[in-house]
Design a protein around this ligand. Sequence first.
Ligand code: 9D3
Length: 378
Amino acid sequence: MSEQRESGRPAGMDFYVLTLFPDMIRQALEVSILGRASRKGLIRVQTVNIRDFSEDRHMRVDDYPYGGGAGMVMEAEPVCRAIESVEQRSQKRRRVIYLTPQGRVLNQTIVEELAKEEELVLLCGHYEGIDERVLEEKVTDYISIGDYVLTGGELGALVLIDAVSRFVPGVLSNEESAQFESLQDNLLEYPHYTRPEVWRGRAVPEVLLSGDHRKIEAWRHEKSLERTGERRPDLLEKSFRTVGCWYGGERARSPAEELTRWVSRYGSLMDYDRRKLQKQCRVMEKQELLLLAVDLEAEWPKEGNPFRNLRGRETPLALLTLRGSRDSREKLGRFLTEQGFRLLLSRDLTEQQKAGGMDLLALEIRKKNTIENGRGTR
Ligand code: 9D3
C-alpha cells in the first residue's frame, strides 16, 4: 500500500508512544489529516501501555518519592521494560524522546530535524515525573511544548506527532504542502477571505478581486509584514528579504528562480545579465539574503568582475555556480566576501543536483542562515 524506500523499508514514519493513557493518543490520531495519513499507512502510531509492564498485582506503576514531597513518581522498571519492548522490535538505534516541561522547547527547526528520523519513541510521563535513573539510561532527547503546565506528556506527544507528520511525504496534499508556508519567511500569514464578498457589511479587500497576481502577492507581503510588526515584533528581527540573482543567461537564471521560490514566498529577483544593474552600486542589508547563481564560463565584461558594484553588510550569501572549476568558484566566493558578503555555502550546481533537489538546498540555506545568524530557532 505505502511506497517502499530504496532500502526496502516502507516509506513514512513510525511513532511509538509509551503512555498510561493510550486511548488519548489513538483517538486524537483517528481524525482529520493525521487520520487520513494513518489510514494510508504513511504514519504508523503504535501505543504501548506502560501499565502492562507493572510488576505489581495491582498494576501499580508509581510510588512515593524518596526524600519526601508532594505527589508520586513513576517507577523505573515498568518504564524501562516498556521502552525495551519497542527496542526488541528491531536492532535500529532510535531516538527516545521524553516529553517534559524541563525539555528544550519545541520549535519548527527541531520539528524539521526530527522529521528526518524513520522512527521515534515518545515517552509520556504522569504524576510528578519518572524515576531519574531510567531517564539517564534510555532517554536521548528532552522536549517541552511550551512554558505552561500540563497534566501529563500525552498532549506533548500529540503536538510533536502532528508537527512532524506534516513533513512526511504524502501526508499533506499539494495545496497543504509544508514547504511554502507562513513561518518560512519568519513572517505571519496574511489574512484570508472566502465568500461572500460582503459579510455583515464587511467587504473583502478589493485587490483580492482584481485578478492581478503581482498586486495580490505584493499586498499579501505587506499585510504579512504589518501583522508581524503588530503581533510578533520578535519575528521581524529574524526575517530576511530574499533576493535571487543570476549571471550568465538562461543556464543560471532558472536555478536562481527555482531556488528563490523554495527559500522564500516573497523573494525578489535581480538579473545581473543586465549591464545597467552591473553599473549601479547596490548595497545589500544584513537582513537580506542573496542567492546567487553564476555561469562561470559565461562571458565576463571588459570592465572586470560583473559584481564589482555589489556590496554587502555582512549580507548572507549562497553561491551556486555552473561549469567552471572549483578554483574559479572559490575565487568568486573570496571576492564577494571581500565585498562584504558572508558566505553561507558555495556549491557547484551540477554536483548539487546529484545530491538533492532545490528543496533540500533551500532547507540547508535556511538552516545555515538562522544558525549562523545566532538567533537560535528560525
Ligand atoms: C505540578 C507539578 N510540577 C511541579 C512544580 C511539575 C510538573 C510535572 C509534570 C509539571 C507538569 C508535569 C506534566 N507535564 C508534562 O508531562 C509535559 C509538559 C508540560 O507540562 N508543559 C509543556 N510541555 C510538556 S511536555 C510534557
